[in-house]
Each structure stands twice: as C-alpha cells, then as structure tokens.
Design a protein around this ligand. Structure first.
Ligand code: ZN
Length: 267
C-alpha cells in the first residue's frame, strides 16, 4: 500500500505538471468510488497538496479533487488514455493533450470531489491526526494520542489517528528502530518520543529513496522506488537482526503479520 513517502513522491512529480491545466474531459469506472472523477470536468487544477495518504488537488471552482490510492492505485500522466487496460478506473484529459490516468488493480482506492476542506463524507480524512511530516506532529502530541487508546501501537498507527501517512512497512521499520514490541498497547513518554523520531526518520529516508516498490507501487513517471533495498525489518522475518543478529520473528496481531526482533523489541 502506498504510504506517505510513495504518495509524496507522486505529489512532487504531479504538482508542477497539473498546475494551471484545465480538465477537458474525464471518464471513470462505474463504481461510485470512482465516478466523482468526472465532477472535475471544466475546472482547472491549482495546487496539489497531501494530507497523510490523501492527495488533494485544489480546483479553480473552490472544490477539491481528492484521491486515495488504496492498496494498488497509481497516478501517471500519459499522452493518450490507453483503451486496452482493464485496471484504469478513471482518467482526466488535460489541455495540452495529456491525460492523467488513475489505475488501480484491486480497487481499494477512491476518488472524491468536495467543497474545499469539507471532509464529512470522507471520515478517515476528517478524523486523521497530523501529517507525519508536518510541524503539528510532535513527540508530545503523539504521546497524548497514544495514551488515549487501549489498542496495540501498530493498530493505532495504521488507524491514522495519532499520525497520518504511516502504513505497515514504515511502522514496522520505526518500531524496530525505537525498540517497541508490536504487541504493546501503552508506552512511556520517553518511548513515544523515540518512536516519534523513528517514524520521521524512516519516512524521510523512504521519501529520499523515492518510496518502496515491493510489487505494485509506481511513481507518476511509472518508475519504481528503491527503499525496498534499505528495509531493516519489514519482510525480513527469519533473517538476522541488523542490530543484534538475533533472527527476526513474525506474528499476527490484529489480523496483520508484523515482523520484529525479539531481542531489540522486548515484550
Ligand atoms: Zn535485534
């Protein structure tokens, strides 16, 4: 699933190419998850922002076109809308004869068009915490959010409520760096500060590497990220911990398989 580094990579590539472009035509898959794409016809793209894993394009009529990439979504700009790809769920034809294409094999993504800032129809966006790379994400705000929940720390992270933009890959990496066992439900203020710093560190590293491509993720140019080569814990169960050489383990918590070091991340 694209997380903050992958979505931000796409945003940085698309923002200058969409700015000032008018949407002359649009087409979408019949699912109501994608039909709002067509509401952008006749508008002009302004800025492209990101909140957590949501891409938010300001339109010149005061609305926002919002895209969540789900598990397998991608956005690319191509010369022609391909007519033989069954996984294209929406496209927007831009002036200048280019087309912005939304492709999503598993269809967990979604597209919305709403008045700017009105996210009541997008509850996960409305309820999410501060973006992980925004100044609002502080060690103290993070600690306070974590201590108000009894859920496991990874489950809280994936809920997007203590912080927005983190998924399974970068949370696994950050928990390993901070030495937090994935079954933990409560951590100290000092541990929360370590985890906060680790999250920022791994997300910035992922962004610097253009994201993580394990299978599906492609950036807006169709290229792959390289952070998969830098992962220390995620996907390495059974291999030696890079810090202490103990074999990494994996266990299922809250229906997700999580990898950790039993030595560096004591229960
Ligand atoms: Zn270890």
């Amino acid at each position: 699933m694209p997380e903050l580094p992958e979505v931000e990579t796409i945003r940085r590539q698309l923002a200058p190419r969409l700015q000032g472009r008018r949407v002359n035509d649009s087409h979408s898959h019949e699912s109501e998850k994608f039909t709002p794409a067509k509401e952008a016809i006749g508008t002009t793209f302004q800025t492209l922002n990101r909140k957590g894993k949501y891409l938010i394009a300001s339109l010149d009529d005061g609305r926002e076109l919002i895209v969540h990439l789900g598990m397998t979504g991608s956005l690319t700009i191509v010369a022609q809308p391909p007519d033989d790809d069954p996984y294209i769920r929406a496209w927007w034809q831009l002036d200048g004869d280019e087309t912005l294409v939304y492709r999503d094999v598993r269809r967990f993504g979604r597209i919305r068009c709403v008045p700017a800032g009105q996210y009541d129809t997008i509850p996960t966006l409305a309820a999410q915490g501060p973006d992980a790379l925004s100044p609002d994400f502080t060690a103290e705000s993070f600690y306070q959010a974590l201590r108000n929940s009894r859920r496991r720390i990874p489950t809280q992270l994936l809920s997007q409520k203590p912080v927005a933009g983190v998924g399974n890959i970068y949370s696994t990496e950050a928990l390993w760096i901070a030495g937090v066992h994935p079954a933990k439900r409560q951590i100290s203020r000092a541990a929360a500060a370590k985890l906060h710093a680790a999250l920022v560190q791994v997300l910035k590293a992922g962004l610097a590497n253009g994201g993580t491509t394990l299978r599906d993720y492609r950036n807006a140019d169709g290229g792959e990220g390289s952070h998969q080569d830098a992962l220390a814990c995620y996907g390495r169960s059974g291999q030696p911990c890079l810090s202490c050489s103990t074999p990494l383990q994996h266990r299922v918590y809250d229906a997700r398989t999580l990898t950790f070091c039993p030595q560096c991340q004591p229960r």
